[in-house]
Design a protein around this ligand. Structure first.
Ligand code: SD4
Length: 337
């Protein structure tokens, strides 16, 4: 049997994921610390549990769309892109895609990345005229020699690939921005509006994992600001031998710790997805007294389809689709004070 058919993970027995209720600390005995090599046991993968789709926040329709696509036999990346497109096109969602809140000068700028099971990836940043930026990131991956395109270059490439030019600033978002300008203060509010990026991980019927992450970034950000979401390793990372991770929340803090890459590497070294997410949050809060003022949440899935998630503050939830059922799951959090 090939090495890929196994994942080295000590947490197979005694995993503490409570589907449908809440995800709490995983009972794998690591206490958030990397386990020793000798403790790492091989884990066989049971493909009858696949496919699985998981995403940040309560984006039910998006996750169900991805789950159904996986069930119909689509590959992980195509399903993830189909899923997140629901939110990119949702005009009521002011944190992803068209209708997203603008920067402080009134420009809606979108960031996205995708990563495939073969390790390929694509990203776009500062896109002002195209709604489906995750799909655009996939085109960058497939049809250019590059990983990332920015701004006008990304848009021009998008038109050449058949994407439509659109005005992303809806009347509702424009009015909210006009209101904000009356007393402009840049103060992201925990769990509200500023933290609703959709990051999605899909595990398809073949057991391959891929993901997508797409956002309009922080509301009323400085012109030109880019967050973690389109940065491979920060907003999203996939290693098809191990699993994947996605992030949402205050991008600056995720960037400083390369959060999604960190989680995948911790899983490679034997941590469960749950312990890996907890350790990634611990790295942030242990260095940063200001954590009380911002939210960060991670979601991870390993090759066996085990899911973990952890965040700084109460209020974060994820969607999980498995066996045709799409559930909202509460996530445990660090700040119990
Ligand atoms: C960013 N991580 O641009 C994103 C913000 C986010 O919903 O999660 N927004 O920093």
């Amino acid at each position: 049997m090939k090495r890929r058919q196994f994942i080295k993970n000590a947490s197979l027995t005694g995993v503490g994921i409570a589907v449908g209720s809440s995800i709490t600390a995983c009972n794998d005995g690591t206490d958030g610390k990397p386990i020793k090599k000798d403790d790492v046991k091989p884990m066989a993968i049971d493909t009858s549990k696949f496919p699985i789709a998981v995403c940040t926040w309560a984006f039910s329709k998006a996750n169900e769309t991805a789950g159904n696509a996986l069930n119909s036999g689509k590959k992980a990346l195509d399903a993830a892109i189909e899923g997140v497109a629901i939110e990119e096109e949702n005009l009521k969602n002011t944190t992803v895609g068209k209708g997203g809140a603008p920067d402080r000068e009134g420009n809606v700028t979108l960031d996205a990345c995708v990563m495939d099971s073969n390790g390929d990836c694509g990203a776009v940043v500062y896109v002002n005229t195209i709604t489906n930026v995750a799909a655009l990131a996939k085109k960058v991956m497939e049809n250019t020699p590059h990983v990332m395109l920015a701004g006008e270059g990304a848009e021009a490439f998008g038109y050449s690939q058949g994407f439509e030019k659109e005005n992303l600033l809806t009347e509702e978002s424009r009015l909210a921005w006009e209101e904000w300008k009356k007393s402009p203060e840049y103060k992201p509010i925990i769990n509200i509006e500023n933290h609703d990026t959709i990051g999605m991980l899909c595990l398809d019927k073949d057991g391959d994992i891929a993901g997508a992450c797409t956002t309009s970034g922080l509301s009323y950000k400085m012109k030109g600001r880019i967050g973690d979401s389109p940065i491979i390793g920060s907003g999203l990372f996939i290693d098809n031998e191990v699993g994947g991770a996605v992030a949402t929340g205050m991008g600056e803090e995720v960037l400083k710790t390369v959060g999604s890459f960190l989680i995948v590497e911790l899983m490679r070294n034997g941590m469960s997805p749950q312990s890996a997410c907890e350790e990634a949050i611990r790295r942030i809060v242990s260095k940063n007294d200001r954590y009380k003022d911002f939210q960060i949440a991670y979601v991870a899935m390993n090759k066996a389809g085990e899911i973990g998630s952890y965040c700084i503050h109460k209020g974060f939830t994820i969607m999980k689709y498995q066996n045709g059922t799409n559930k909202n799951v509460k996530v445990d959090f660090y700040n119990k004070a």
